[in-house]
Design a protein around this ligand. Structure first.
Ligand SMILES: [Zn+2]
Length: 104
């Protein structure tokens, strides 16, 4: 069984970061032996990849010019994954912090 993943701090893009975090989340979720208890870095200070900082970073863990990294679907009851969502094209906030009508 794999017990190590790359450190999220070494990610070179937002999608790379999301993939690393999801690999780690899977390990934590299915770690019956208690070998892996957490992320190997502070997830509240992950690297970001350009673009302006969102004003509201509640539940927003990283970003680039047009996307944000946010908690994703639950893997198990106690562990969720990660996903990338588009930022609002008008204000640049995560869509759940934005009051614009969604524009398709
Ligand atoms: Zn907006």
């Amino acid at each position: 069984m794999i017990t190590e993943t790359r450190n999220p701090e070494t990610a070179n893009s937002l999608s790379d970061l999301c993939n690393i975090l999801n690999e780690r989340a899977e390990l934590i979720a299915w770690d019956d032996d208690g070998l892996i208890d957490d992320y190997p870095c502070d997830v509240t200070s992950l690297p970001t990849f350009g673009g302006t900082d969102p004003r509201d970073t509640t539940e927003v863990y990283s970003w680039n010019a047009d996307s944000v990294l946010v908690p994703g679907a639950q893997i198990t009851v106690s562990q969720s994954g990660w996903e990338i969502q588009p930022r609002c094209a008008l204000c640049g906030e995560a869509t759940f912090h934005c009051e614009h009508e969604s524009i398709d």
